[in-house]
Design a protein around this ligand. Structure first.
Ligand SMILES: Nc1ncnc2c1ncn2[C@@H]1O[C@H](COP(=O)(O)OP(=O)(O)O)[C@@H](O)[C@H]1O
Ligand SMILES: [Mg+2]
Length: 464
């Protein structure tokens, strides 16, 4: 078409080039170039133009002492688990990006909160993916009453903005940003420029009209948000909705939050009536735990202010491959390799002749080093076929010399373990050095990895 040209844009940093490239010369990302069609006369990206126009105002720097404390107005969504992740609710004039794999329950969650918010706020749900019939069907299944809730099935950003002006919602939900396009940009919907421009228009609208906007973002095969990486920088909060599709529970976590902590998680269970909050996730994660079997160990991880008990399973079996396999689900792969190396070197255990599989039950992801000790226990238990006693929980970080390092929030962790019926907890010695902690269960302080061998049951009793 006349006046248009094809360029290749890096989806990470938006570096553009007339030719496709395997590696971005600007940010170094591999395979990040996507095709985009832009108008010939358009020089520089809109973001750059925006930055330039923003700079040309007669803004003066303000002395710090004259700055006023902002007062954020938060609206609770009514779902405690979501509000916890948001830092207390949706902030007026802010933009939240909710992303997750297809079918994980993003539209379900948003329809549910639209209904709850509708009782005291005006909500506009904009869907570019589903017909109004499909939306109605889901809403009926979820028992939505639909007070103050308007539905718009539209993908054109200009029409969406006009409708926002007409309806004047307090909360606008856009499902999904990748389906929205602008007539003024030549490329197809979902292209980098389209996603960025549509998001920018909605962000500006949110700030100008002081409304809360929630954008749904798709994830690509690698699990990052499809479209420009810059999208994550533009919005105020980025939430990830995750979980195993085969399992019923879902975890929502904040990757970025300008108005709250990013440590908190929210746990939901997917049912026919929609997502139900799970206020006691530990109980759910421990349900159906095999008794007296080798390769299992419970751990207590802190997710923000909340302790969460998870179960780690390990399987160590003789390898049939020249290079033994290491498969990790829920634990960082490099962390697993490090723990294996420590066990091999310090305890002389022969993991190098075995395949190792690690799994955290329930699709939980344990990022905290405090779960090291439980991983080590599960690995040793599987290798030696000696079960970790069922009433025992292991908390502690492992150092490279095999020493057990202190962890934060030990008191909360032990309390949660006691609540769930554990009677003994392996804890780092260092945590108890300065001051003891109050605990309702027996604490087994250990200095290093050498101390844990004697805590395993002598032989395995198989009754799964
Ligand atoms: N009776 C039901 N009919 C349709 N979907 C259901 C039903 N019960 C539970 N679901 C769940 O709803 C999910 C669809 O969620 P949805 O909100 O459309 O996901 P997303 O918007 O993230 O793609 C399905 O994956 C399914 O697990
Ligand atoms: Mg959807």
């Amino acid at each position: 078409m006349k006046g248009l040209k094809t360029v290749y844009v890096c989806s990470e940093c938006e570096y553009s080039s007339p030719k496709w490239m395997g590696k971005c010369p600007s940010c170094g990302a591999w395979n990040s170039f996507v095709e985009d069609v832009i108008a010939e006369e358009k020089k520089g990206t809109a973001a750059q133009k925006h930055a330039l126009t923003a700079r040309t105002g007669d803004q003066r720097a303000t002395p710090y002492r004259e700055l006023e404390m902002p007062s954020y107005i938060r609206t609770a969504t009514g779902l405690l688990e979501l509000d916890r992740v948001l830092g207390g609710g949706l902030v007026l004039g802010s933009v939240v990006l909710l992303s997750g794999e297809p079918g994980i329950g993003k539209s379900t969650l948003l329809m549910q909160i639209s209904d709850i918010l509708g009782s005291h706020r005006r909500v506009l749900y904009i869907s570019g993916e589903e017909s109004s019939g499909q939306l109605k069907l889901r809403a009926e299944r979820l028992g939505v009453k639909g007070e103050n809730l308007s539905i718009l099935t539209e993908t054109n950003i200009e029409k969406i903005l006009a409708e926002i002006d007409r309806v004047k919602p307090d909360v606008a939900i856009v499902d999904s940003i990748q389906t929205i396009y602008s007539e003024n940009i030549a490329s197809t919907a979902g292209a980098v420029t389209q996603v960025r421009e549509s998001a920018l228009a909605l962000i500006n609208k949110a700030k100008a009209d002081n409304i809360s906007v929630i954008l749904v973002g798709h994830v690509n095969k690698e699990g990052s948000i499809a479209g420009p990486k810059i999208l994550e920088h533009m919005v105020d909060a980025v939430l990830y909705f995750e979980g195993e599709r085969q399992q019923t529970y879902r975890i929502i976590r904040a990757i970025k939050n300008r108005y709250g902590s990013t440590n908190e998680i929210g746990v939901f269970e997917m049912t026919d009536e929609g997502l139900c909050e799970v206020q006691n996730p530990s109980e759910m994660l421990l349900a159906g735990r095999p008794q007296n079997t080798s390769g299992n160990c419970a751990v207590c991880t802190m997710e923000g202010t909340r302790p969460l008990i998870a179960e780690i399973q390990a399987l160590v079996s003789a390898t049939a491959f020249p290079a033994p396999r290491r498969t990790s689900n829920g634990i960082d792969y490099n962390r697993l390799c490090l723990i294996l190396a420590v066990l091999e070197k310090r305890l002389g255990l022969r993991f190098s002749a075995n395949d190792v599989y690690i799994n955290v039950i329930g699709g939980m992801r344990l990022d905290e080093p405090a779960s090291d000790l439980a991983v080590a226990m599960a690995l040793i238990s599987s290798l030696t076929d000696r079960a970790v006693p069922d009433d025992l929980i292991a908390i502690g970080e492992l150092g490279l010399s095999g020493e057990c390092r202190a962890v934060s929030g030990l008191e909360y962790r032990v309390k949660e373990a006691a609540r769930l019926g554990f009677r003994r907890a392996i804890v780092p010695c260092r945590n108890l050095e300065k001051r003891g902690i109050k605990a309702e269960i027996e604490l087994l302080p250990i200095k290093s990895i050498f101390d844990i061998l004697k805590l395993l049951s002598p032989t395995e009793k198989k009754d799964i």
